[in-house]
Design a protein around this ligand. Structure first.
Ligand code: FES
Length: 113
């Protein structure tokens, strides 16, 4: 995937085993600091659009705050009902203590039209 790297926050702004909400161009993202590293997924649950940044991080799982559906953070795979549609995931890199996520180029299409 080619895309644009966007700076989200400093690494120390997300506690270990926590999730931070991030919004860009009207889209919500969830950024995670887990024991296995930093990850990013879509910020809205695929079941009924709850804000996943309000959810609970349990190892590599995010539990939705509304109906407790669960997703595997690194892959976005839906793991337990009522969530059954996977989350989109985004590449993450750390540079100079900052967390960056790679958003698809189409994310910015309207700004260049
Ligand atoms: S809105 Fe997330 S499980 Fe229902």
């Amino acid at each position: 995937m080619s895309g644009t790297w966007i700076e989200v926050c400093r690494t120390d702004e997300i506690d270990e085993k926590d999730v931070l909400g991030f919004e860009c161009r009207g889209e919500k993202y969830a950024i995670y600091n887990t024991a296995s590293g930093f990850y990013a997924t879509a910020g809205v649950c695929t079941h009924e659009a709850a804000d996943l940044s309000m959810g609970l991080v349990i190892d590599d799982i995010i539990e939705c705050p509304m109906h407790q559906g669960r997703f595997h953070i690194p892959t976005g795979k839906a793991k337990s009902a009522p969530a059954c549609v996977d989350l989109k995931t985004y590449a993450v890199k750390i540079e100079d203590g900052m967390v960056l996520i790679e958003l698809p180029d189409g994310t910015f299409a309207e700004s260049t039209a």
